[in-house]
Ligand binder design. Structure first.
Ligand SMILES: [Zn+2]
Length: 360
């Protein structure tokens, strides 16, 4: 079955992890065998051949670069201009993937329709099809000022999450408290004019409420699980889930072990010992379905290789292609074929068709 994954940091892996994502995952792991600079070396799960073999034909792909004060403990750039330049390098990588026929950027309903048709065409082998990507910006720090948002829209940026981790020029993020900054309020208003998709993932509780009230356009939570199951601020409260359901939002279930089960200690715990499997994600799906009364608001936003690899992912997966295993697991848990289609691609597809208007 076709899959849409709404959160992958592909260009970050290409440029900051120095991964050639044209290669199979096994090759990339082999190359990293003796590297120790990052905890997930040799444990990556995502590359373009695996996306194709798992029929993950459309992804929301990020650009990501943080601004930090000189004394900050977080990694990042010391000026917004440097962060901007980093995102432009990431964008250049996506463009190079397009030039090589590896990927194709999707920016409107017409392009979306065409791309889905291509992936539905069984006469063409999947391994020759380009992976579609919708460009998203995770954390808005790199937008030097609002004119950079318009510029970004022109080159195809279609979704934006104002926050990531830590303070943030437009919005405080994960681990923080407080509202959008003054610039963040202006940013959200400007996004509305451009009909961009507001990604609420990583917003603080206060900024979440503020942003969804301010913003009239399409809202999603690209990679987000439930706080009722894993009590941490990074997760969605039941109240937030209800607000999202009322807004016709879709929530992408995320496969970071830290967000699947409570008590996970990064760098310490092991997915096998903690029994982290794909099935645990379905607990989060079940919870959202109970609140929504249907399966229209859950989908996939895996975040695989989002600064972690196999050491912090469900152990019944080897690569991202194993997302297909969810089908049997969901069936076993009582989800119908229609429900599974919703989760695999139809919910994101409907969301995008509505956000962009058919035929544009
Ligand atoms: Zn994230």
């Amino acid at each position: 079955m076709f899959i849409i994954d709404a959160h992958l940091d592909l260009s970050m892996n290409a440029l900051e992890w120095n991964r050639d994502l044209k290669q199979p995952v096994a090759t990339i792991r082999q190359r990293e065998k003796n590297m120790t600079d990052k905890p997930d070396r040799g444990k990556g799960m995502v590359s373009l051949p695996e996306l194709r073999s798992g029929r993950i034909g459309l992804v929301v792909a990020t650009m990501i670069a943080r601004f930090v004060e000189v004394n900050s403990a977080l990694p990042g750039w010391h000026s917004p201009e440097q962060a901007w330049a980093q995102t432009q390098g990431q964008r250049a990588w996506y463009k190079a993937m397009e030039d090589g026929g590896e990927m194709i950027q999707i920016t409107n309903a017409g392009g979306l329709e065409k791309h889905i048709q291509l992936w539905n065409d069984t006469a063409i082998p999947d391994h020759t099809k380009p992976v579609g990507y919708i460009l998203s910006l995770e954390g808005a720090d790199s937008l030097v000022n609002l004119s950079y948002l318009e510029r970004s829209y022109q080159y195809g940026l279609r979704a934006l999450g104002p926050a990531h981790y830590g303070p943030g020029r437009y919005a405080p993020g994960t681990g923080m408290e407080g509202p959008l900054t003054r610039a963040g309020v202006e940013l959200v208003k400007e996004m509305d004019k451009l009909n961009m998709i507001l990604d609420v993932t990583h917003l603080t509780d206060e900024a979440f409420v503020q942003a969804v009230e301010l913003y009239k356009g399409p809202v999603w939570a690209s990679h987000h699980n439930c706080r009722a199951l894993v009590p941490y601020q990074r997760q969605l409260t039941d109240e937030q889930i209800k607000i999202l359901v009322d807004r016709n939002a879709v929530i992408g279930g995320v496969l970071d072990a830290w967000m699947l089960k409570p008590g996970w200690v990064r760098g310490k715990n092991d997915p096998q010992t903690e029994n982290i499997t794909l099935d645990v994600l379905i607990d989060h799906y079940d919870h959202i379905c109970q609140l929504a009364g249907n399966t229209d608001h859950i989908a996939i936003g895996s975040d695989l290789d989002g600064m972690f690899g196999q050491e912090q992912s469900p152990y019944d997966m080897d690569t991202i292609a194993d997302l297909q295993l969810l089908k049997a697991l969901l069936t076993k848990r009582g989800y119908s074929e229609q429900d599974i289609e919703n989760i695999f691609y139809k919910n994101w597809l409907r969301f995008l068709q509505k956000a962009w208007g058919a035929g544009i």
